[in-house]
Write a protein that binds this ligand. Sequence first.
Ligand code: GLU
Length: 607
Amino acid sequence: MTVFPSMHSRRLLGASVLTLLLITASGQLFADTAFRYQIPVQPEAASGYQEKPGWATSSFSVAAANPLATDAGYQILKAGGSAIDAAIAVQMVLTLVEPQSSGIGGGAFLMHFDGSKVLAYDGRETAPAGVTESLFLDQDGAPLSFMDAAASGLSVGVPGVLRMLEEAHSAHGQLPWEVLFAPAIILAEEGFAVSPRLHTLLAGETALKANAAAADFYYDTDGEPLPVGHQLKNPALAAVLKQIAEKGSKAFYTGGVALDLVQQVQQHPVYPGSMTEQDMAAYEPVVREPLCTDWKAYRVCGFPPPSSGHLTIMQMLGVLEHTPAVEAPLQDGLPSEAWLHQFTEAARLSFADRALYIADPDFVSPPGGNWASMLAPDYLRERAGLISATSMGRATAGVPGPWQVSYASMPEQEEYGTSHISIVDAEGNALAMTTTIESAFGARILANGGTDLPGGYLLNNELTDFSFQPADADGVPIANRVEPGKRPRSSMSPTLVFEREGGELVASLGSPGGAAIIHYTARTLIAMLDWGLNAQEAISLPHALSFNGPTFLEADRFPESTIEALRAREHEVTERDLTSGLQAIQKTADGFFSGADPRREGVVMGD
Ligand code: GLU
């Protein structure tokens, strides 16, 4: 696939230009810098399943879910920016061009490696001080439907991504903060081509049209979604980003932008939320110690709670380590029926523990006082012993260690949306960042920052990642219930892998996909690091998963014989689209080899 045919001719830009002034269409002047953003020739983006070649680079690489966003990161790296600099530029462009998935109205988890230390930056949204545990219950005490809860003011958490990026930039940035906003501001002012995926998701969307600002902005007067290739300008977003570029994140968390956000939430016509300006001003990112777990010859580092990602992935991989190895996990290039059985059984066991134990660590203590209890080899061996030749159907949680309080399991709920970014720079910094506004188009509220201009950014519906039900039928509380100031449990799994001996970086990866992020990431780790596939091959392999109920297989990717064999083992098999958005960068002898998901529009660039 050709992406940005003129890329090679543009490679000398940036680093070779020492001092340039950057002036946007409206006359905005950025500081002197070696960086001058060039709007790329707009690509023909993928729609549906599109084979991707994988990309070899020698010194740096950036992988993101949209070619314009990847290119912004590429140009920043080219101009001497660090991995975090590039991630900020990528995130701002994603806010504009992939508004359905992530943006400044949402939250993110960032794993950062500076060549010696790994840190986990938590920019997860936080519940306002005014919420109660019955946030998503109706007057009769029954849970709202997912869509009613999501497309509302109730579901909006205090966004975290900007303050988190600002904190990471102050520690690891090379280029000035304001410069990193230039690509998004220029594209927002000059316009970008609506991609096939954005068009498709707009076409399938009804709740977004109930928001007048979004209906005017993303649809024509007949209610038809903007066509593919439509040059869309977003003046409101450009104006908001300029304020943040100049003044830092306080221009978002206080003042007119924050006031507008709070009004949008409080004045939702059907389900108003409680968020206040104090909630906005009080938001703080958390820098956490990552969880790093040995697996085979590797040390896999991932996000601790409030994400369930790393713990659940490593439970799955650990259970499989204690299960008799399948002789031929790949047959004719596809995961075999015997391996799929073990993988989905390991998922059942791990999802049962996830539902009981994992929530915001400021509110819930881990079993045995340490999350590592859930990954203890003896415990995982015991869990693996529950796997037999036929499916267990539904697993119950185990007991990894004594727990102070007794909680009930959280029922499985819907999760959607999201974008993943992987970057390595030429200095040896690496990051994996998964970023989200939760479901596609988030809370379906387009906020314009109080600018009175068309467009803007979408608010998240992250609070629907809490359990709607605060307790089970016997009144036993659920660990991940709604509480003021709490961060909802996540599945996001930004992952950095290192050599167990020597500590060299091996890979950066992650994916969107709701709770299925966990299976997508686990399977990609296995395919790359155990089966020896390259990053692209590993990403492209068909998916299979279980959330501790039916077994889901990616539609039209497995032969009938595999489906029948799983049914014979008592799996309740359903085929469906499993739209991962994996991005992975793997270290090779000569540099890096990277892959982007054929199921979405992502690409990789680098030198
Ligand atoms: N909100 C979800 C989470 O944080 C992610 C949603 C998605 O990727 O689809 O786990």
